[in-house]
Design a protein around this ligand. Structure first.
Ligand SMILES: *Cc1c(COP(=O)(O)O)cnc(C)c1O
Length: 425
């Protein structure tokens, strides 16, 4: 059997309908912006392999650091022990994160980083409101989230994600969540009224700042988000910025929260944190939240952790990625992509058959005006197949076509991506 036959026999792939599925592409090698398949075809990875890759594939600097670390200390339990890569990464993150954060809590991926944030904030209210012997629990335990959001696939993170085809089978057992629209000039006052109605029962608000990723790369206004965050914090509700996708330069700044004056109480990070090389989740919190866990009552401990919490190899990859940001002037690369995206967006707006052209930082998206604007719109497969034939890998969300390339992409490669998109349209 060849690789694809063996795969078909034994593997179940994520987010993939199992009936009538296309054979997967067997990738044997990846370098910088390119993926190479077993037949020697090359594809530009225009979506950074599900938005994680930022410095390009098989980066030698990151690889060497991981190799050295693997020979030194590959993994240890993180309760009762510590190590240099985890401490160093925490120090560096706390220095660059927008806002006043006091602690870094490690986990495994984006879903666990938001799961941790949700549990941390619900337990915060329980800790500060229950009596010494832990008897009186709090009713400040509801969550607030945006419609159309995506925060992950575990139960808590799925609960605060929009009720969609992703969550359909679980609707009657998900957590109690109040969903609001993303703000615009017309709805911001009614959103505030809605929040005020529930303010005493809401523990936390979780949001993807400026860009809702998996919900269809929907962008919304920074000034109005800022106003809303200020209002929500005044109501004594914890604000959780899910920067799993937007973190590490995606939106043109190191973190999307830098666009707003009001800073969150908690930030979640993953995806690009290791340069997209290894899985790692981070949840950072303010001192106010952390202080609620400093207590003589052991029952108020944050009882959460994973076997691979703060894996030294993953932390090393993250430190190496931050080194590259400093060494290679990555923010200038990002600025270059942003400028080209804006110019290409202007061209796209002249084309027929597409709508809602938008761009922010390294992200550019639009809808193909065909069929419904839903995830199951199967034009997605057609576009993916056509682009692959022409040497570019993209994976539209339904009829939402987008690019989100690694920052190392060259001008020529980016031109090629634009040309292929134009040709397909
Ligand atoms: C991808 C994503 C997640 C989930 O991260 P995983 O590592 O896939 O579990 C959570 N939030 C946002 C905003 C994401 O884009």
């Amino acid at each position: 059997m060849n690789l694809i036959e063996r795969d078909r026999k034994y593997i179940w792939h994520p987010f993939t309908p199992q009936k009538n599925m296309n054979a997967p592409v067997a990738i044997t090698k990846a370098k910088d912006s390119y993926l190479f398949d077993e037949n020697g075809n090359a594809y530009i990875d225009a979506i950074s392999s599900w938005w994680v890759n930022i410095h390009g594939h098989s980066n030698e600097y990151i690889a060497q650091k991981i190799y050295d670390q693997a020979l030194q200390l590959e993994h240890i339990i993180f309760a009762g022990f510590t190590h240099e890569p985890a401490v160093k990464l925490a120090e560096r993150l706390l220095k660059i994160l927008p806002g006043n954060f006091s602690k870094i809590f490690y986990s495994d991926d984006g879903s666990t980083s938001t799961e941790v944030a949700i549990k941390m904030s619900i337990q915060y209210w329980w800790n500060v409101r229950s009596t010494v012997n832990g008897q009186r629990s709090t009713t400040k335990n509801k969550l607030l989230a945006f419609k159309n959001s995506y925060h992950g696939d575990t139960f808590g993170s799925m609960s605060v994600s929009d009720r969609s085809v992703f969550t359909l089978a679980f609707h009657d057992i998900l957590l109690d969540v109040i969903f609001i629209d993303t703000p615009d000039e017309n709805n911001i006052s009614s959103i505030k009224e809605e929040i005020a109605k529930h303010e005493n029962s809401i523990a936390a608000f979780i949001y993807e700042p400026l860009v809702q990723g998996a919900g269809g790369i929907k962008m919304y206004d920074a000034v109005l988000l800022d106003e809303l965050l200020y209002f929500i914090q005044q109501k004594n509700i914890i604000c959780i910025a899910d920067e799993v996708m937007t973190g590490f330069g995606r939106t043109g700044k190191m973190f999307a929260s830098e666009y707003m004056q009001t800073k969150p109480d908690i930030i979640c990070l993953s995806k690009g944190i290791t340069g997209g090389v290894m899985a790692l989740g981070v949840t950072t919190c303010s001192e106010k939240i952390y202080n609620a866990y400093i207590t003589d009552d052991a029952r108020k401990t944050f009882f959460h952790g994973h076997s691979f919490t703060a894996n030294p190899l993953a932390c090393t990859a993250a430190n190496a990625s931050l080194d590259l940001f400093e060494k290679n002037n990555v923010l200038a690369q990002i600025e270059n992509i942003s400028a080209q995206n804006i110019a290409f967006a202007a061209q796209l707006k002249q084309l027929n058959g597409i709508k809602n052209v938008r761009a922010l930082g390294t992200i550019l998206a639009f809808e193909i005006a065909q069929g419904d604007d839903v995830y199951l719109n199967n034009i997605s497969q057609v576009v993916t197949a056509k682009a692959l034939e022409k040497g570019v890998y993209i994976r539209p969300l339904g009829n939402t076509v987008y690019i989100m390339p690694p920052y190392c992409i060259t001008n020529e490669e980016l031109e090629k991506v634009y040309a292929v998109l134009t040709e397909i349209l």
